[in-house]
Design a protein around this ligand. Structure first.
Ligand SMILES: CC(C)(COP(=O)(O)OP(=O)(O)OC[C@H]1O[C@@H](n2cnc3c(N)ncnc32)[C@H](O)[C@@H]1OP(=O)(O)O)[C@@H](O)C(=O)NCCC(=O)NCCS
Length: 172
């Protein structure tokens, strides 16, 4: 595992070739596809179609490119295919998505390891996640606790937090 995520982080859990690295502008199209396909395949089970459509409209390639200025964006790559993404927006974790065919293989956890490492390197000691209903158990397994539930129209978001300060700054 590398200490700086300017360089690649090779996946350990899958025992295969999953690389977590910083995203670049050329990744925007593929990131959009990862998010949209995962919204349709996974999140659609917990949200109304209009909510999924609204979410999709927020993640066009152009919208993704704009986010690069504001967030630290990471991607997971397996066999030259972009299969996941996750990002840090100051102290808020956003857009953690792994395409359905690759879920359950440890990629989401690896993305979160990198996002948390990035947060520590920015001296952030508490992270907040506006989690989907779909991902609540995933984040709970990583130590995040529910602090609030928000409803916007019929969309339910579970706000979760985790204190990072008790954990080591380096995981190499
Ligand atoms: C949530 C998500 C990113 C997890 O990615 P993943 O690669 O499947 O997760 P991992 O394989 O690293 O799983 C890590 C652990 O969480 C558990 N887990 C993952 N997703 C889970 C789920 N939906 N429900 C229950 N447990 C889950 C795994 O079983 C694993 O447990 P273990 O460590 O005891 O073996 C992925 O399922 C996803 O993209 N979901 C839809 C998009 C979404 O809602 N993202 C959050 C937006 S805020």
């Amino acid at each position: 595992m590398a200490n700086s995520f300017g360089t690649a982080y090779a996946g350990e859990q899958m025992g295969s070739n999953v690389e977590i690295r910083r995203a670049n502008f050329e990744d925007a199209e593929a990131i959009s596809q990862v998010i949209v396909s995962t919204l349709r395949a996974s999140n659609a089970k917990g949200y109304a179609p209009k909510t999924i459509l609204r979410a999709e409209s927020n993640f066009t390639p152009a919208a993704i490119r704009e986010l690069f200025d504001k967030r630290s964006v990471f991607v997971a790559v397996a066999a030259n295919k972009l299969v996941g993404t996750g990002s840090l927006d100051k102290c808020i974790v956003r857009c953690v998505y792994v395409i359905s065919d690759y879920q359950g293989s440890g990629i989401g956890k690896q993305l979160m390891t990198v996002v948390e490492f990035e947060a520590r390197s920015q001296n952030i000691d508490q992270l907040t996640i506006p989690s989907s209903v779909t991902a609540e158990t995933f984040f709970a397994k990583l130590g995040y606790s529910v602090v609030e539930e928000r409803f916007c129209d019929s969309e339910r978001t579970i706000v979760m937090t985790k204190c990072l300060s008790a954990e080591p700054k380096s995981h190499s």
